[in-house]
Design a protein around this ligand. Structure first.
Ligand code: DGL
Length: 263
């Protein structure tokens, strides 16, 4: 492993590509490998020990593929497994957590909404962050039950999706939120659908930019940035069929290969 090695990403499925997009935009020279563990999606309703075991499996696969840094492109895996991963492996590991802090600092109505999986909202790490930053703020926490399986099927604005989004945003509108935090890396793909349901003054935020900046920072301080000027290899692997991954990635430029892999 050296600075020419790839950055590895994993998620319970296709959603972490929303994070990959931000990292690739900031670090376009870096080789990347993305693992979509769609066979085991959704992670959100699994126990913490199952989420830890799946996160270890994915990390070990990425390390076998010679990755120099791992991005856990999944809030559910981060909030349940990141300590275990950091204690077990020497490579730098970047996690993703719901962007509660910026929402709590910027809200004028003192009311924010968060949409995330059950696994994230029930994790100890989420509770620590939420209680540290939202003392005088009301937080409407909603479990996005059913959203990840629909996104895995490529359904971003089907009637079923719109019905669920309407149901999940209604209590947030009733609570007069002015920030909606997307606490799952699949959900940025729902932005166009959410925008049709929410008034324009409600800001919708996610953590992709913060993950990209932290990845850049860790590569820099560990002297792991790729210097080569040749185009990077951008590899995407899924352990189910490639259709949704290909569909979501089709808007990105560059030579992108999506393959099926057993992991
Ligand atoms: N992308 C994962 C996250 O950020 C989805 C979790 C799931 O598979 O339920 O939480």
């Amino acid at each position: 492993m050296d600075n020419n090695s790839p950055i590895g990403f994993f998620d319970s499925g296709v959603g972490g590509t929303s994070i990959w997009k931000e990292v690739h935009a900031l670090l376009p020279k870096e080789h990347t490998i993305y693992l979509a563990d769609s066979k085991n999606a959704p992670y959100g309703n699994r126990s913490a020990s199952e989420i830890i075991a799946l996160s270890i499996k994915n990390t070990e696969k990425l390390l076998k593929l010679d990755c120099k840094l791992i991005v856990v492109a999944c809030n559910t895996a981060t909030t349940n497994a990141i300590d275990k991963l950091r204690n077990s492996y020497a490579v730098p590991i970047v996690g993703i957590e719901p962007a509660i802090k910026p929402a709590a600092l910027k809200t004028s109505t003192k009311s924010i909404g968060i949409l995330a999986t059950k696994g994230t909202l029930s994790s100890a790490l989420f509770h620590q962050t939420a209680s540290a930053f939202t003392k005088d703020i009301s937080v409407v926490e909603i479990v996005g039950e059913g959203l990840v399986p629909l996104i895995e099927k490529g359904e971003l604005d089907s009637p079923e999706m719109m019905e669920l989004l309407q149901k999940y945003t209604a209590p947030m509108l009733a609570a007069n939120i002015d920030y909606l935090v997307l606490g799952c890396s699949h959900y940025p793909y729902l932005l166009p659908a959410l925008r049709t349901l929410l008034p324009a003054h409600i800001q919708i935020i996610d953590s992709g930019g913060a993950v990209a900046r932290q990845t850049d920072h860790l590569l820099t301080i560990n002297n792991l940035k790729r210097a080569a000027q040749t185009p990077p290899n951008l590899s995407f692997y899924t352990n189910t069929n490639t259709d949704t991954l290909q569909f979501l990635l089709k808007s990105f430029a560059g030579p992108i290969s999506v393959e099926t892999l057993d992991f």
